[in-house]
Design a protein around this ligand. Structure first.
Ligand code: F6P
Length: 356
């Protein structure tokens, strides 16, 4: 199953898992809409075969078997408890006599799979990390991150011509939830002047000074990349809770880009914002995500075949590894730090990244 927000690269995992399961003599079912498909009274699934898992899957964004971000919170809102949900999932797994379950998901899915495994340690589950945000801890990269970077870099390059022609400050708002990886990595790869991320505090006066510097030094335009969850003195994001539970709910961030434009205009310069939104989750799958997705898909099946389950697959130091889901839960998310090589590079390049 693919669970949580979609991204490019999911289909590469599905295809590789299909080929590997077939080679080992299993059948592969794709549960539709993540856990919802398995937990339904009549489980909804797609039987994966040579026709629907052909090579075009390598480059096609989205998920052939669909994904879901709202089932968990809406089921809780309807009055079900986490235990009820665990029972529903367990029943689906038992009724279908599954040999194992590959859950491709992000931090939210990892939390749920961890809950599910408590008391049900016999379930053979492997979690594969995916998220454009790249905020799943322990793995260097998650599926979808590199394709998102390609999209953001291309978009910044496309607005640079307008920035130059009109001598404007272009603010590009990118996704990433509470982590600034997309903004930082894409900002560096596209030559941005200012990169604002949730991890580092910034001084709006220094932002304005940097903007003015770009114009005083004859460059006459400026590119600002900002992560969606960044806040400002007069701009805060509201948290949403579902029955008091935050970790399964889905917080939507929007508006900081436009707010920054209003602040930057106080310098007297022209400024515009573009918000890239869900374009970052689509696009032709990058080579990195095709390769990583293929490696993950094969290894997830290998782990289930070996009975080496209850694991999160990770890619670390150029090696495929796995760690216990329960250990992965100690620090589910990762964030940018001042020791990140890209942060160091940004500072060395003179990019304003906040007060660090
Ligand atoms: O976690 C992936 C992500 O794209 C975040 O970057 C973003 O905040 C969120 O999902 C958007 O979710 P939705 O598709 O529900 O609006």
């Amino acid at each position: 199953m693919t669970s949580g927000g979609d991204c490019s690269g999911l289909n590469s995992i599905i295809r590789a898992a299909f080929i590997r399961t077939k080679g080992l003599g299993y059948e592969l079912f794709g549960f539709k809409h993540g856990l919802r498909g398995l937990a339904s009274k009549n489980p909804e699934y797609v039987v994966l075969d040579d026709k629907n898992c052909d090579e075009s899957m390598l480059s096609t964004a989205g998920s052939l078997i669909c994904s879901d971000t709202v089932w968990m919170s809406s089921t809780i809102e309807s009055g079900k408890t986490i235990d009820d949900i665990k029972k529903m999932i367990y029943k689906g797994y038992e009724d279908l006599s599954l040999s194992g379950l590959i859950c491709v998901g992000g931090d939210g899915s990892l939390c749920l799979i961890n809950e599910l495994l408590i008391g049900n340690e016999e379930l053979k589950i492997v979690v594969v990390p995916k998220t454009i945000d790249n905020d799943v801890n322990n793995t260097d990269f998650s599926i979808g991150f590199y394709t998102a970077l390609e999209i953001v870099v291309e978009a910044i390059e496309n607005v640079r011509s307008t920035a130059k022609s009109h001598e404007r400050v272009m603010v590009v708002e990118v996704m990433g939830r509470d982590a600034g990886f997309i903004a930082m990595y894409a900002g560096i790869a596209s030559g941005a002047d200012i990169i604002l991320v949730p991890e580092f505090e910034y001084d709006i006066e220094k932002v304005k000074q940097k903007v003015m510097h770009c114009f005083k030094n004859g460059k006459n335009y400026c590119i600002v990349v900002v992560s969606e969850s960044v806040e400002a003195k007069d701009f805060k994001h509201d948290e949403e809770f579902v029955n008091g539970v935050m970790k399964y709910s889905h917080l939507t961030y929007k508006g900081i880009g436009q707010h920054l434009v209003s602040l930057i205009k106080e310098t007297g310069l022209e400024s515009r914002c573009i918000t890239l939104g869900h374009t970052q989750r689509g696009g032709r799958t990058s080579i990195n995500d095709r390769l990583l997705g293929t490696l993950f898909g094969i290894e997830a099946v290998n782990l289930i075949d070996r009975g080496d389950c209850g694991k999160l697959l990770i890619f670390s130091g150029n090696r495929l590894k796995s760690i216990n889901v329960v250990d992965a839960m100690r620090d589910v998310n990762k964030f940018l730090t001042i020791d990140d090589e890209c942060v160091k590079a940004a500072k060395a390049l003179g990019v304003y990244v906040g007060e660090v």
